[in-house]
Design a protein around this ligand. Structure first.
Ligand SMILES: Nc1nc2c(ncn2[C@@H]2O[C@H](COP(=O)(O)OP(=O)(O)OP(=O)(O)O)[C@@H](O)[C@H]2O)c(=O)[nH]1
Ligand SMILES: [Mg+2]
Length: 436
């Protein structure tokens, strides 16, 4: 089966926490700080592997959580960085950020890669907080959180030749006779519901990849009949083989069919109107086909004198070799550049950072006897600082006072002993004179 869309969740590794530790050497009673920094959390990297053809693996694994960095060690040693997590994806995968809809990357070549979630930095150990005034700080930072996001992966078939046309014109039959692929063939419309790929050999070592796509109908460019799903595969093919049923079965008119499909392609993406196209006039084994072809050629030439029309029958194999040679020649003439999407600059993407200057303010709300302080800045600080030492609490208290939180609390009626909640913590309001 061909799976071509997947939604997944990625969470890069958190940074390892920095630690508080002191040197305890023989004969050195008051050793200096020796708590090392935490290691970096693992990035999650998507890398193209040409051995993959589908997004099938993402059916079974939708969550990717990368390991966190190691905690800092004592004796001033850094915790180990976590090893990055590499996730393999097939060529032709477009990576979209689900929230913003931004295209993060469009990877087409083997080995190409992109970081989809950045690991957090390690927290600093207490050795980094030492100053002349505070030579033995009891302060350390938690590791930074790794980035997380929901991602939509979209595989666009990377084929050289795309077979397009109305349902039941014989696209799958054609692929089945020119390659080893075994697409389903049926006398009913929309037999094919996902693309099939086949490798077509044309002798002299030449070959190309052909994609049999689901049939298109009027309104496809607006999404009718899953049109969008199908059309986005066409976008990627280097040339189009437009299959038209010449037998005029079901009262269809080949010329009208041809125009309608071209119209859908153009409206979906104007670039598709410029894509080299060969018309495969199929089912030439049928009694009415010869006459219909005559008429078709006349009508087509009037508006498009240069278009190539190759009469074939997938049933009797008449004209098939000629069609394949023609397609191979055409492919030789056009550059082998994959058609890729515009990609957002992810180096500029916001990464959660403590240095953010925004949201400096705070808000105080009252819930019964409790005062609640809401502030993005303080939340960040509390997340980052390890609040398990007296010194860290003091540092937080100083920050609150400096930001004016104390004054505001006092103004709002807080007194000695009032409960103040910040994030997950509750404190007693203490007049600073008695606290410091
Ligand atoms: N007489 C004749 N019948 C053909 C030829 N090619 C295909 N058919 C028949 O046409 C019907 C549809 O063929 P498919 O290959 O499934 O058509 P399709 O274009 O892939 O159709 P969808 O997948 O529904 O879009 C089948 O019954 C085929 O046997 C041909 O060259 N001559
Ligand atoms: Mg088909």
């Amino acid at each position: 089966m061909f799976v071509d869309k997947a939604k997944i969740y990625v969470k890069a590794g958190d940074g390892g926490d920095g630690i508080i530790s002191f040197r305890r050497e023989k004969y050195v009673p008051n050793g200096g700080p020796a708590g090392g920094d935490g290691g970096r959390g693992a990035d999650i990297i998507f890398r193209v592997d040409e051995g993959l053809r589908t997004l099938m693996d993402f059916r079974y694994q939708r969550h990717f959580k990368a390991p966190r960095g190691e905690k800092g060690r004592n004796k001033s040693q850094h915790g180990a960085n976590a090893e990055n997590m590499i996730v393999r994806i097939p060529p032709g995968t477009v990576i979209v950020d689900e929230d913003s809809g931004e295209v993060l990357a469009d990877l087409t070549r083997h080995g190409q890669q992109v970081v989809v979630a950045k690991g957090g930095r390690g927290g600093r150990g207490n050795i980094r907080f030492a100053t002349p005034n505070n030579p033995a700080p009891e302060l350390a930072e938690n590791g930074e959180e790794g980035e997380e996001r929901y991602i939509v992966l979209e595989l666009k078939v990377m084929a050289d030749v795309g077979l397009v046309g109305f349902p039941s014109v014989g696209k799958s039959t054609l692929l089945s006779v020119v390659s080893a692929a075994k697409p389903k063939i049926g006398a009913y419309h929309f037999t094919t519901i996902t693309p099939n790929l086949g490798v077509v050999g044309v002798g002299e070592g030449r070959s190309f990849v052909m994609a049999d796509l689901p049939g298109l109908i009027e309104g496809a460019h607006e999404g009718v009949g899953l049109g969008h799903e199908f059309l986005r595969h066409v976008e990627r093919t280097r040339i189009i083989v437009h299959v038209v049923d010449m037998s005029g079965s079901e009262g269809r008119d080949p010329f009208e069919d041809w125009q309608k499909i071209n119209d859908e392609l153009k409206q979906y993406n104007p670039a598709l109107a410029e894509r080299p196209q060969i018309v495969a006039a199929n089912k030439m084994d049928m009694p009415e086909s010869a006459e219909n072809l005559e008429k078709f050629l006349q009508q087509v030439r009037e508006i498009h004198p240069d278009i190539e029309v190759m009469p074939i029958s997938s049933l009797t194999r008449q004209g098939i070799q000629e069609l394949l040679y023609r397609a191979a020649d055409l492919l030789d003439q056009i550059p082998d550049e994959p058609v890729v999407e515009e990609v957002a600059d992810i180096s500029e993407r916001k990464v959660f950072s403590l240095d953010k200057k925004e949201d400096e303010g705070f808000r105080i709300v009252r819930e019964n006897d409790t005062f609640i302080v809401e502030s993005a800045k303080i939340d960040r600080m509390m997340k980052r600082m390890q609040l398990n030492s007296h010194e860290a609490i003091l540092k937080l208290a100083r920050t609150l006072r400096y930001m004016g939180v104390d004054d505001e609390l006092r103004k709002r009626g807080a007194e000695e002993g009032t409960i103040v909640r910040i994030g997950d913590f509750e404190f007693e309001f203490v007049e600073s004179s008695s606290y410091y």
